[in-house]
Ligand binder design. Structure first.
Ligand code: GDP
Ligand code: ZN
Length: 366
């Protein structure tokens, strides 16, 4: 890039997350005369890309292989042809992180939902009873993507008592090692400034159950000004007004928000590493079990069961961990026949062992 085009790319794209590392990755495409841009929306083979010169529509035919994990998605940085009708996306830069959903179809394949996300904000409503298991599920997904999770306890105005609020924060913190837990009220404004500062340093997504307060939080982060921009009507080539919906927005306080409808009902997808991170203390304990392949069920010298007996570890945490591991194995198995066969063998073995254990118990009690 010439020094002036480097400068214009930096000043125009920095609000969208462009940095020196991206510029380095982009260097070979720059020598080919391609332009950098970030995908703000994808639909039916086309995508909207924000470039130094504004938003352009581009065709993804060159970068749409059959592998659904490898299609361009919102948040990708791309190398775009400088002109042409249609304009083509020639390549996308290697992703730093990726959110992937397991599809509900029988031919289960991952579907890429968002790329290059730094912060995964898990919205949890304080208006209803905390469901720690559900929070753990979202956290596993967030860790697996490579993004840093953050739990926002929304509607904090509904818990005005400071002591009660602190207890709720603590409950969630115990289920979320290594994760900041922040009570926020979009209505009253409590905690919003902290959240604005936290998300200012990268790209964020909002996860959480319907009704958790994600849209309200997005509006608070984006602010009325940008929301108007989002709803702005562009005039297309035929002189008609069309509403462009951006799934990626530069925030007025710094940082970027990706809010795609598809991200909201995400399921787990091959989140084994993520599960380990959510349950870091259990994995730490497991290293002290006598047997390397301890299942923490009835093995002698099991440090995990020891910690439950001593009250150091809540039994609920272990149950939740098992449930997530099982669910994750199931999703992986859906795609992999060999894993499926192994799983079936494993279940049979466990069934037989379980029966033997039950009989032994009965024998002991007789
Ligand atoms: P979403 O489904 O996760 O996008 O949730 P919404 O943002 O639509 O919020 C669900 C409901 O919670 C709406 O009725 C909001 O008005 C309400 N809500 C959201 N944030 C707050 C808050 O900070 N305080 C209170 N009291 N209610 C809130
Ligand atoms: Zn064990």
């Amino acid at each position: 890039m010439t020094s002036s085009s480097v400068f214009s790319a930096f000043s125009a794209l920095a609000p969208y997350g462009w940095d020196e590392a991206w510029a380095d990755e982009f260097a070979p495409y720059d020598t080919e005369g391609l332009l950098p841009g970030r995908v703000i929306r994808v639909d039916r083979g086309q995508c909207d890309v924000v470039t130094a010169g504004g938003v352009v529509r581009a065709d993804t035919a060159f970068v749409t292989p059959h592998d659904p994990m490898r299609v361009v998605c919102t948040g990708d940085w791309v190398a775009l042809e400088p002109g042409g009708n249609p304009r083509y996306v020639r390549a996308y830069l290697p992703r730093r992180t990726a959110f992937v959903r397991s599809t509900s179809s029988k031919r289960s394949e991952g579907q890429i939902l968002a790329a290059n996300v730094d912060h995964a904000i898990v919205a949890v409503s304080l208006a209803v009873e905390l469901d720690l298991g559900r929070i753990e599920r979202f956290l596993a997904l967030a860790w697996e993507s490579g993004a840093q999770p953050l739990v926002v306890l929304t509607k904090a105005d509904l818990v005005p008592d400071a002591v009660t609020r602190a207890h709720l924060v603590q409950d969630v913190e115990l289920s979320a090692p290594g994760v900041t837990v922040l009570p926020v009220s979009a209505l009253g404004g409590d905690g919003l400034d902290v959240l604005v500062a936290l998300v200012s340093g990268g790209t964020s997504v909002l996860l959480g159950q319907s009704g958790a307060g994600k849209s309200t939080l997005a509006n608070a982060l984006v602010g009325a000004e940008v929301m108007e921009v989002r709803a702005a009507r562009d005039v297309d080539g035929k002189g008609r007004h069309t509403t462009t919906t951006r799934n990626l927005l530069a925030l007025p306080g710094g940082g970027v928000l990706i809010d795609t409808p598809g991200l909201r009902g995400v399921g787990l997808w091959d989140a084994e590493t993520g599960v380990g991170q959510v349950f870091a203390e259990i994995e730490d304990l497991a290293e002290r079990c006598r047997f390397h392949d301890c299942a923490h069920e009835a093995e002698p010298g099991c440090a995990v069961l020891g910690a439950i007996a001593s009250g150091e570890l809540a039994e609920r945490r272990l149950d939740s961990y098992r449930k997530l591991i099982r669910e994750n194995q199931w999703i992986v198995a859906k795609t992999d026949a060999r894993a499926r066969a192994e799983l079936r063998r494993d279940w049979k073995r466990r069934g037989a062992e379980g029966k033997a254990a039950m009989e032994a118990k009965r024998g002991r009690w007789r």
